[in-house]
Design a protein. Sequence first.
Length: 130
Amino acid sequence: MKKIRQPRSKPTRFELELLHLLWKRDGATVRELHEELRQAREIGYTSVLKTLQIMTEKGLVEREEADKAHLYRAARTEKQTKKQLVSDLSERLFSGSAAQLALHALSTHTIKADELRLIRELIERKERES
């Protein structure tokens, strides 16, 4: 089984945007990412390339050669990344309390009925596991 290494630093907002595209596509070239980003805003090809190079150094993405282009893939799954970021946030702001993190998130955001149902189901499942 392939060992998953921890990234050396947290992704920036733009790096997270690129990670979302990579998760959606299961890998992409700089050109493909640049073309998709340009649909929403003006951004230079070299900005995308440089950010991916930095992300490679940080351990956020992996690069492999595919023909003449480099193919970039997220080094960790979306689920693994979210789990790590939420865990770090919980530790830094709420002394590791998942309950305090959840209470704060619920009190500061509007929650839709279907989201409330999912939260109730999760609470019930956690209560059964206890």
